[in-house]
Design a protein around this ligand. Structure first.
Ligand SMILES: Cc1cc2nc3c(=O)[nH]c(=O)nc-3n(C[C@H](O)[C@H](O)[C@H](O)COP(=O)(O)O)c2cc1C
Length: 198
């Protein structure tokens, strides 16, 4: 099994870096090889250009996207780690999705509708929000983050068993609460990669 981790948090030190560290620890413990795509560090170019669109129509992609698509193809598990910004991904990750999950690579349209092409892959998404679960619920946004990334994107492109875990109110969480969240990260990843026993 191989994993590809998409990490979208600027800077060097943050709670997201700790989440990433725990994801890596769980993968190391399970002896699973992985690649980290630290999109800010890579200075990933997230804007889907007219040239990109023309290329997709003609069945080709630029070299930077070819590299990302190869990593996705090789991965059995995709892991995303990002803060929720405007109830969505930071632009660098949203742009990675725009440019990498292209028509013909990640999905195609058939007579009965869209078909995901990234099958036999699992996905885990860890997000954080400033708002608490109660605040999110009061605004009627409870399912919004999950629907957008898990249903609207990852299941759409064919991923199976998509798990999304949002850690709410991280800004005001105590050290103890943050440690519990980090333990949960490790548990979720370890569970997802443990061999299926029959
Ligand atoms: C551009 C931007 C947009 C944001 N949008 C949201 C949002 O829609 N909902 C929310 O709960 N928090 C939002 N936040 C807060 C981040 O989710 C929060 O900073 C992140 O979860 C990490 O928390 P921390 O910075 O306190 O460690 C936003 C932050 C930024 C910078």
């Amino acid at each position: 099994m191989k994993a590809c981790i998409l990490f979208a948090q600027p800077g060097e030190q943050s709670f997201h870096h700790e989440i990433l560290h725990r994801v890596e620890r769980a993968l190391n413990q399970a002896d699973i090889s992985y690649t980290v795509r630290d999109l800010y560090k890579m200075n990933f170019q997230p804007v889907l250009s007219a040239a990109d669109m023309k290329g997709v129509e003609q069945g080709r992609v630029s070299a930077d996207i070819e590299e990302e698509q190869q990593l996705v193809t090789d991965a059995d598990l995709l892991v995303m780690v990002y803060p929720v910004w405007w109830w969505s991904q930071p632009a660098v990750l949203k742009g990675w999705i725009d440019r990498v999950f292209t028509h013909g690579f990640a999905f195609r349209y058939e007579a009965h509708g869209p078909v995901g092409l990234l099958t036999e892959k699992r996905a885990i998404v860890f997000t954080t929000t400033h708002e608490s679960e109660e605040e999110i619920r009061a605004r009627g946004f409870d399912d919004l983050i999950t629907k957008q990334i898990a249903d609207g994107i990852l299941s759409f492109v064919g991923c199976e068993d998509v798990v999304h875990r949002n850690f709410a109110a991280v800004s005001s969480a105590s050290d103890q609460q943050r440690n519990q969240m980090l333990d949960e990260v490790e548990t979720i990843v370890s569970r997802a990669v443990q061999p299926v026993t029959v």
